[in-house]
Design a protein around this ligand. Structure first.
Ligand code: ZN
Length: 151
């Protein structure tokens, strides 16, 4: 668990400093805002989904704490090229991971680099920061233009 904790800190720092896919997607087919009033995180998620239901591109813009930005950055990398069904599945797995008890062994199957967010379980206040981008993405894919709130 110490290794994962170190990796968590390194990954958050890296993605906060250099967020990936941090831009407006001009030809997005889906878009939604996400807000976490507890922390002041505000993100806009953009996605382009093709006719086959494959997520071709995911990007984001906004302001927020290091965890919310790093989580959004990693999520956009992770979901590119996946189907909508897989995205839903990943959302569920990620949500289960970050809301599980810190004393439990983290279930990181299939989560790749997102596994580092097991580290957020020790800081329950930050779980909403880590899940904000995911809630916004789900809102974007469900219903264009909706605003997702963590509350
Ligand atoms: Zn935050």
């Amino acid at each position: 668990m110490d290794d994962l904790r170190e990796l968590y800190q390194d990954t958050i720092l890296d993605h906060n400093r250099k967020p990936r896919n941090f831009r407006v997607l001009a030809d997005a087919s889906h878009e939604a805002d996400g807000r976490n009033p507890l922390c002041g995180d505000e993100l806009t998620l953009f996605a382009r989904v093709n006719d086959a239901g494959c997520v071709e591109e995911v990007t984001f813009q906004g302001i927020g704490c290091a965890i919310s930005k790093a989580s959004a950055s990693l999520m956009t990398e992770f979901l590119k090229g996946k189907t909508l069904g897989e995205v839903q599945h990943d959302f569920d797995r990620f949500h289960r991971l970050v809301t599980s008890l810190p004393s439990d062994a983290p279930n990181i199957d299939g989560l790749g680099k997102l596994a580092v967010f097991a580290g957020v379980r020790e800081f329950p206040m930050r779980v909403k920061c880590a899940t904000l981008a995911w809630h916004a993405l789900r809102a974007a894919l469900d219903d264009e233009g909706k605003i997702a709130k963590t509350e």
